[in-house]
Design a protein around this ligand. Structure first.
Ligand code: GDD
Length: 325
């Protein structure tokens, strides 16, 4: 019998890429959105898999809503990729961010407990839960020291998953995801904003300059399709474990801007300005992961790194996601 997966939050970048990966291997894929009837599922359509995903309306914070869906779909594995995903936005909307991240995690865990079926669960965590990792990076033993409403919620959700696993014996894990990018991302996130900005300046559509915030940050940027595959492997591992999912390589936002503008034959310093208005009330200088445990236990490594990642994003800009997949 074929495997069935349920993806809470299937319309975002990660939900859509995971749906693509799972349906390609023959898994039956169900996905949710808070308002499935009003959601165009543009990312699923862009990937050409809209018809291969059965969609449902579900509010993940609502335990009975999730329980009803679990009883109906009877999934072998459940992935939670729902909730507000921008650290920057979380400063403007802390309550919504914390409710959506933590509330959804608890709602899904409680529903899984209620149905008492052998469901395996993977929650999307974040490297931001560590706070500033310093240049050496964080691994699974690093303490969580979150510094934004978003990171506080992700840290609490990670601890909740761990507690349910240890207390109730659930197969529940957190994929501690560092930044991961694709052409499916919105320009709310800095990588898409920079690549799209460089493309528009190169095409003469805008004259620039591109306004950015803090250029001094160092991040560990990976390719989102690699990261959803790590979640798939985590759910199917012999034993449940929370794992850091990262490339282990650090780059500054200046490096990223230089590579992105360079991909369009432009000198970034001539086209980018840093403005205080776009700086966050608090930002972390270094967010870098050490993925050694994921490599050892899953055989997983991030295949795509900067600057290849930048090259792919640049190639996709204006030509559609499938061109560079
Ligand atoms: N968005 C944005 N960020 C900027 C800008 N200028 C500088 N930055 C800096 O670029 C960094 C990355 O910002 P985002 O791309 O907005 O990502 P994020 O929301 O902070 O975090 C992403 O990575 C996390 C894991 O590390 C994820 O958990 C999260 O969902 C998201 O994908 C931050 O340090 C931010 O201050 C700008 O104009 N826009």
């Amino acid at each position: 019998m074929s495997r069935t997966a349920l993806i809470l939050g299937v319309s975002g970048q990660d939900g859509s890429l995971l749906a693509e990966r799972l349906s390609a291997e023959g898994t039956v894929v169900h996905g949710t959105s808070r308002d499935a009837a009003g959601n165009p599922f543009a990312n699923l359509a862009r990937l050409g898999i809209r018809e291969r995903v059965t969609v449902h309306t579900c509010v993940p914070e609502n335990v009975s809503d999730v329980r009803r869906l679990l009883e109906r779909v009877q999934p072998d594995e459940v992935y939670n990729l729902s909730a507000q995903s921008s650290v920057g936005r979380s400063f403007a909307a802390p309550r919504e961010t914390i409710d959506s991240i933590l509330g959804a995690t608890v709602g899904i865990l409680d529903a899984i407990r209620d149905v008492a079926a052998p469901i395996r669960f993977c929650n999307a965590g974040s490297g931001d839960a560590f706070g500033d990792t310093g240049p050496d990076g964080a691994d699974e033993t690093t303490p969580l020291r979150p510094h934004s409403p978003y990171a506080i919620a992700k840290a609490a959700a990670q601890r909740t998953v761990e507690t349910y696993r240890e207390t109730f014996g659930l197969f529940a894990v957190t994929a501690i995801l560092f930044s991961h990018e694709s052409p499916l991302r919105s320009e709310r996130f800095v990588t898409r904003k920079i690549v799209r900005g460089a493309a528009r300046i190169a095409a003469g559509e805008i004259s620039g300059p591109l306004r950015l915030g803090n250029l001094d940050v160092t991040r560990d940027w990976g390719w989102a399709a690699d990261y959803v595959d790590a979640m798939r492997l985590m759910v199917r591992a012999e034993a449940p474990a929370d794992l850091v999912v990262a490339t282990g390589r650090a780059a500054t936002l200046r490096d990223f801007a230089a590579a992105a503008f360079g991909a369009f034959g432009l000198d970034w310093e001539a086209h980018v300005v840093s403005v205080d208005a776009l700086k966050r009330p608090s930002d972390i200088a270094f967010s870098v992961g050490r993925p050694d445990r994921a490599r050892a236990t899953l055989g997983w490594t991030a295949e795509t790194r900067m600057p290849e990642l930048v090259r792919r994003l640049a190639m996709a800009t204006g030509t559609g996601a499938r061109a560079e997949r």
